[in-house]
Design a protein around this ligand. Sequence first.
Ligand code: CA
Ligand code: CA
Length: 230
Amino acid sequence: MSRKTVTAIAALFAMGITAVQAELIIAGWHAGNNISGGVWNADVFAAGIEAQTLQNPGAILKSGNGSNDETYGAEFPDAGKSNGSMGLNPDKYVEFVVENTGTQSYDLIAFRFDAYRAGAAGVPQLVVSVASGDITTGDLATINLPGHGSTPATPDATDFDDFDIMLDSLADYTLAAGESVTFRITGVGGTSNILLDNIAVTGIIPEPAAAGLLVAGIVGLLGIRRSVRR
Ligand SMILES: [Ca+2]
Ligand SMILES: [Ca+2]
């Protein structure tokens, strides 16, 4: 292989790497004071996405207390401070329904949220699952919640806890155009509600065009090289 061919292929690889998209919010819930009639529509969403909560009867309530760290899960930014959250009652579940009604496909990266358990009576355990839809379904995680004081506050130790459940190792984590997915959080045990806030499904826009360009470029270069030899 000539030096020129190697350089050109290296340049194509560099293009492929730098074309990787930034992670974005596919659907996000951070302002619990927008809960109305037992439904929380997503506060933030990507192009073509419609998203809202579904619940067991009496599963959720509106709380004036919210997470203070301004992140979805541990570090995804721009969740805002406080502005309310959602209470989840014991032995009930709430679902987060995300529908892709647009033309853009998304690869899902993570399901992120903050949770606050005030005292020993609060729901001690959460099960997070993909309840149904067009990505791989099943349980994702079982989480044991530490107990805190009665009101969430700003310092980390007294604020909501952060959880990030990765989706990109599922067999199917692509939410293609026309597809939908339903995530479920179930509260197990306890005698009083816990709070959920800063919930987000994050993902990226896949880059088939960049990958195709890379392959076409290499094939093209090898083809030119072979024809020159002849
Ligand atoms: Ca957080
Ligand atoms: Ca909030």
